[in-house]
Design a protein around this ligand. Structure first.
Ligand SMILES: [Ca+2]
Length: 255
């Protein structure tokens, strides 16, 4: 996979309500329940209240303008991007060029990740484009994120861009490099409609779902104990895309 660039730090504050009224007080993600393993069902709890960035939860803030995510808690993966072979392409960065970091950044920081281009609408192979990072640089190595309840990021799209972004985390059950899936690539995800203004988005593990109708296995939930990548994708729509991303971080129940 085409590893490409690197990045670094900052912090945001926010709140989020994960539906789990019957769950115990924070932290209310049961680590034992989150260790389902390949193909095994996982029962995920959320927070009975708000969430906050975890102390060592920063995945990337792009401030160091390189292609490696922030090195924290064993995370040291690299950014990559790919496009389908049906005509989708990146114009930012242009072919053969390194990732671009924009001064249009979130939370009064200096840099964000900036990508743009276009997708095509066509066959099943016209999946569109993805930009993402492995959580651990060693191929096949999984990251245990079971003490978190999800993650957040700052994001916006350009004025001509398709608004819908699919935010995913590949895990042990969905990525072919891990040997568990027979019908791979249907990562647990959340679809979001971004705006042209910087805004914080929160994604809980509990609400992430696979796309309907395909994928094998189809476990009950993502396996936070066995995470592999974080990915932002535009599907093949025939439209232009332009995405700015900043301050990706794991979150925990607010104490
Ligand atoms: Ca930044």
């Amino acid at each position: 996979m085409a590893h490409a660039l690197k990045l670094s730090r900052l912090g945001v504050f926010f709140s989020l309500v994960f539906g789990c009224a019957s769950q115990p007080p924070c932290p209310c993600l049961d680590p034992a329940a989150a260790s389902g393993g390949p193909g095994k069902p996982v029962e995920l709890a959320g927070c009975d209240g708000k969430v906050a960035p975890a102390a060592d939860g920063l995945v990337e803030d792009f401030e160091d303008e390189n292609t490696q995510i922030v090195k924290l808690d064993g995370r040291d993966g690299y950014w990559w991007k790919n496009a389908d072979k049906e005509g989708a392409k990146f114009t930012v960065p242009a072919a053969g060029e390194p990732f671009e970091f924009s001064v249009d950044a979130a939370n009064a920081s200096s840099k964000s990740l900036h990508v743009a281009g276009l997708t095509v609408k066509g066959s099943d192979q016209a999946y569109g484009v993805e930009v993402g990072a492995n959580l651990i640089s060693t191929k096949g190595s999984l990251y245990d994120g079971s003490r978190f309840v999800g993650f957040s990021f700052m994001g916006k799209v350009g004025p001509k861009s398709v608004k819908k972004v699919r935010v995913s985390m590949a895990d042990v059950n969905t990525h072919p490099e891990l040997g568990s899936c027979k019908n791979c690539w249907n990562h647990f995800n959340k679809e979001l409609d971004l705006t042209t203004d910087w805004k914080e988005y929160q994604v809980s593990f509990k609400e992430m779902q696979q796309r309907a109708g395909w994928g094998e296995p189809r476990p009950k939930s993502i396996s936070p104990k066995e995470l592999y990548t974080v990915t932002f994708a535009f599907e093949g729509s025939g439209g232009e895309f332009e995405l700015f991303v900043d301050d990706i971080q794991f979150v925990e129940c607010k104490k």
